[in-house]
Design a protein around this ligand. Structure first.
Ligand code: SF4
Length: 683
């Protein structure tokens, strides 16, 4: 029997490792292996990557459209589904107008699917109500880095981990969530780089770090301002870099003038000596890179936290050189791409301002159709508008907000209140269960396209398998739905045609073609006339906004601190063996075996006070909801803090989480809310 081996890209996290899928003559997927010479994964895969085959296994896949009739899903043809969905959309558009409909696209889908989704929203439905899960992971990154540096993406490349003297990881554990990068970090440390981890939890990376700064949850700005105070007071800042490349130093220096490390000890829980030690190490390293995750972004202070990190890097001149930079670790395989494609209510592809008349007319002219004018709603804004009766029809693919968004009861109530909910998915997720129509989607292995990883590398994925049943790529069913609504605007025949159209309209992608991507093992944006081979490091000579902006920020408390009624702070986390809502990883018996479904991590001190034993059944209550789970007692969380992964529908941590939002990006504060924990009788 001859097997064919096809190179493609791992469908899980934003690292974008190279995998090979092995397929037999009958089109069965018979194996997964790493791409030996891939520029990032270098012949390795993490446990999730090795388990890719389970994620797309035909068992339990949705293979034809389903319609809810009298509370039960009935199979129907694509023609029937598209006609009914089209009629419902037309009715809502006629009765209530385009503000009452919207699209939620997917950070798991390709750039081509996402480009099609925002074009469908803006030019067919005529609304800017388009969003995706970056809202709840890195929207503050886009906003914060855009304001300070002019570009909301990782400034450097994964390979810079091996070119740096010092790595600061703050609010992230790449060994859990970006495991191949986590491995590179440990490898670089063993080769001589210093590693500083800043995190309230004793993460796996914190256990091997040279320095672990165990700050209190939500005190990032207090800590960073105290570091800035120390650096400026000790003259450790890089004056020539500031003079040449930054604006706003005086006002930043004046803001942090009184933020001494001693003055914030009680806020951060970090000793003044340790703050000075870390400030010195970071500012005095020849090259130092910051990597961060959702322990920075998922706060009401999310955008301000990102700005504070940018201030720190800029003041020390740790930007625009190898081994430096500010490097957000994007969670999902294509969350960078979904943002780049303009699946956000305020920007078109390439972060072109959706409210700017010149941008609207550029796209209207190119597409040959008038586009939406009014600003759009975020995903959480659509939820809110549904509950107030102003939003009626949602088309959603590749996301499961019932499991991933804060305050699950609120999300479910909104989805049930819609007049029309269309969900395209691989399997029946918790959100799909509430839909009026469920459409069968092709998995990453069943379609061609591109993903953009966290280091801005656009990589080709290949169609290896035939989609099961009548499943389609998302851009294909969006095209068919557009036709149903009388529009020929999405009339591409191949994913390459979608990509080529997108590239002509997206300045950072303008120099990319499928052939070029294949030739170079992916290209990092910006890739255009000025940088035909792509760009490994951003901001080497200039910033897109001229000079970088140093912006003073002040501390913002978490919205819901612990109190008498809810005496513990809950933070959410992710586990190495699972991914997102679990719909892909939980199909793997290997991954499922590793972690019990839904647990709460609690410090021995708190466990003793509550008389809990290992795996004791417990109830957890917040102001929004209640769930039952089991306790794991560990020093990895400090007293007063408990932590829960959000992958498990059996104990969904988002029953409990807070919807309080960052005012700039509407990012909910998923990293901190007050809860009470109590023992339940053994069962
Ligand atoms: Fe896949 Fe991420 Fe693991 Fe790489 S690190 S194999 S991209 S899940």
């Amino acid at each position: 029997m001859t097997a064919s081996i096809v190179k493609t890209i791992c469908p899980f996290c934003g690292v974008g490792c190279g995998i090979c899928l092995k397929v037999d003559e009958q089109q069965n997927l018979i194996g997964v292996e790493p791409q030996i010479s891939h520029p990032i994964s270098r012949g390795k895969l993490c446990d999730k990557g090795w388990s890719t085959a389970y994620a797309i296994h035909p068992v339990n896949r949705i293979t034809q459209p389903l319609k809810r009739i009298k509370g039960r899903f009935q199979p129907i043809s694509w023609d029937e589904a598209l006609a009914s969905i089209g009629d419902s959309l037309k009715a809502i558009l006629d009765e209530t107008g385009p503000e009452a409909v919207g699209v939620i696209s997917s950070a798991r889908a390709t750039n081509e699917d996402n480009y099609a989704a925002q074009k469908f929203a803006r030019a067919v439905l005529k609304t800017n109500n388009i969003d995706h899960c970056a809202r709840i992971c890195h929207s503050p990154t886009v906003a914060g880095l855009k304001q300070t540096l002019g570009s909301g993406a990782m400034t450097n490349s994964a390979s810079d981990i091996y070119k740096t003297d010092l790595i600061v990881v703050i609010g992230a554990d790449p060994t859990e969530n970006h495991s191949i990068l986590g491995g590179h970090i440990i490898d670089a440390q063993q080769k001589g780089a210093q590693l500083i981890v800043i995190d309230p939890r004793v993460t796996r990376l914190a256990k091997v770090a040279d320095i672990h700064v165990q700050l209190k949850p939500g005190s990032n700005i207090a800590l960073i301002n105290a570091m800035l105070h120390t650096i400026i007071a000790q003259q450790w800042h890089n004056q020539s870099f500031i003079d040449e490349r930054c604006d706003g130093f005086e006002s930043l220096a004046s803001k942090v003038e009184h933020a001494t490390p001693e003055s914030v000890e009680s806020v951060t829980g970090v000793s003044a000596d340790l703050v000075r030690k870390v400030a010195r190490a970071y500012s005095q390293a020849n090259s130092a890179m910051i990597m961060y995750g959702m322990g920075i972004t998922q706060f009401v202070s999310g955008t301000q936290n990102v700005i504070a990190l940018a201030d720190l890097a800029l003041v020390c001149g740790q930007v625009g050189r190898p081994g430096t930079g500010i490097n957000p670790l994007r969670g999902q395989n294509n969350v960078q791409g979904a943002c780049d494609m303009g699946c956000l209510p305020n920007v078109y592809p390439g972060y072109q301002d959706a409210s700017a008349p010149e941008v609207q007319s550029k796209f209207a002219k190119s597409w040959g159709e008038e586009v939406a004018g009014k600003p759009g709603l975020t995903s959480l804004g659509m939820t809110k508008a549904t509950l107030s009766g102003d939003f009626r029809g949602l088309v959603l693919f590749g996301e499961d907000p019932v499991v991933t968004d804060p305050d699950q009861n609120h999300v479910k109530a909104a989805l049930k209140a819609l007049d029309l909910l269309v969900v395209a998915e691989l399997t029946m997720t918790e959100t799909a269960k509430l839909a009026d129509f469920v459409l069968p989607a092709a998995s990453f292995a069943e379609k061609a396209g591109t993903f953009t990883n966290c280091e801005r590398r656009v990589q080709r994925i290949s169609q290896v398998l035939t989609p099961p049943g009548t499943a389609k790529s998302d851009w294909q069913w969006l095209k068919a739905l557009a036709e149903q609504l009388g529009s020929q605007l999405l009339s591409w025949e191949t994913s390459e045609q979608v990509f080529d159209e997108m590239a002509t309209l997206t300045p950072a992608y303008q120099g990319m073609t499928y052939t070029g991507l294949d030739r170079h093992q992916g290209l990092q944006w910006p890739c255009n006339q000025g940088a035909p081979q792509g760009t490994e490091i951003l901001h080497c000579d200039s910033f897109p906004i001229g000079k970088a902006k140093l912006l003073p920020v002040h501390c913002i408390d978490i919205d819901e601190p612990a109190d008498e009624q809810f005496p513990l702070v809950l933070t959410t986390n992710r586990l190495h063996f699972h991914y997102g809502c679990g719909s892909m990883t939980r199909k793997s018996p290997l991954l499922e075996r590793e972690t019990p479904a839904g647990v709460l991590f609690i410090n021995p001190h708190d466990a003793k006070a509550l008389q809990l034993q290992r795996y004791s059944p417990i109830g957890v209550r917040s102001r929004r909801g209640y769930l039952e789970t089991r306790a794991i007692i560990t020093d990895d969380v400090p007293p007063g803090l408990v932590s829960m992964p959000y992958h498990f529908k059996e104990a969904p941590s988002n029953q409990l989480t807070n919807t309080a939002q960052d005012p700039i990006t509407k990012m909910p504060e998923l990293k901190a809310c007050a809860v009470s924990v109590f023992p339940l009788p053994p069962n």
